[in-house]
Design a protein around this ligand. Sequence first.
Ligand SMILES: NC(=O)C1=CN([C@@H]2O[C@H](COP(=O)(O)OP(=O)(O)OC[C@H]3O[C@@H](n4cnc5c(N)ncnc54)[C@H](OP(=O)(O)O)[C@@H]3O)[C@@H](O)[C@H]2O)C=CC1
Ligand SMILES: O=C(O)C1=N[C@H](C(=O)O)C[C@H](O)C1
Length: 273
Amino acid sequence: MSEMRLIVAGAGGRMGRALIRAITESSGAVIAGALESPNSPLLGEDSGVLAGLPANGVKLSSDLWELSAHADGILDFTVPAATIANVAIAAQRGIVHVIGTTGLSASDDAVIRSVTNQAVVVKSGNMSLGVNLLAAMVKRVAQALDDSFDIEIVEMHHKAKVDAPSGTALLLGEAAAAGRNIALSERSARGRDGVTGARRAGDIGFASLRGGTVTGDHTVIFAGPQERIELTHKAEDRMIFANGALKAALWARGRSPGLYSMADVLGLGDASS
Ligand SMILES: NC(=O)C1=CN([C@@H]2O[C@H](COP(=O)(O)OP(=O)(O)OC[C@H]3O[C@@H](n4cnc5c(N)ncnc54)[C@H](OP(=O)(O)O)[C@@H]3O)[C@@H](O)[C@H]2O)C=CC1
Ligand SMILES: O=C(O)C1=N[C@H](C(=O)O)C[C@H](O)C1
């Protein structure tokens, strides 16, 4: 099969630059476009140079309709409003849409789901192998323990991160809820402050720390009577997410329309999303 022609959305951002590097270093894909916000001062800059590589001739543009005329897929790590705008264009063009953007609302998720009867979308709050394996383990442990074990999820990220809890924390929360056979939306405890009252049995708690340059740390704590299990993942480099996203795009090419997760891509069943 020919090399997959991929557009990188948010090409001037932290993940965008890692994605440009991942595609450049791969053998199965080429960069077909580099998308940025219409207000970006980086428009017209070379995407290779921005990623710390030799110039590749692919300049940053804000016109996805034009870029997608000659592409097979888009890797999208941007902001919710941009991702939702990209969903419609990717579906109309019939190209694979890999969505890594976090902080999406329930109504954003509904928009994404609405195109997946005609479009191929892979979406995950974390594209790394390690976190998706962790999610499978969390689901298994949650299945084995009753609610005398309190589940708390702690995450830490760099100081520029704008959403909380992280997409990964929510993914791990969904895995724990699936293991317990409960709906996370009804049982999550977020943003405790002041006189909160005692912890409600069966809730899944979230705590977010921000500071420095932390790429992404997540711990799921199962705190029981007189003992505690902690499952941790520490991301050391954004290339783990970029390589995962690239793998997802290559896997998705030619698939039937639908909404897929990294658990599908990695063959981990329904372990995570
Ligand atoms: N699922 C996963 O595995 C991972 C997900 N993420 C998520 O990816 C997202 C991006 O993270 P990160 O790279 O650190 O953030 P950055 O802020 O560094 O990058 C986001 C980029 O998107 C650009 N952007 C904004 N609006 C548009 C638009 N309309 N069209 C195209 N580009 C646009 C921004 O431009 P400007 O600055 O000019 O606004 C910026 O360059 C976050 O939601 C993050 O949580 C991150 C890592 C892994
Ligand atoms: O914003 C980030 O940096 C990250 N975002 C994702 C998240 O919200 O979980 C994935 C990773 O942890 C890095």
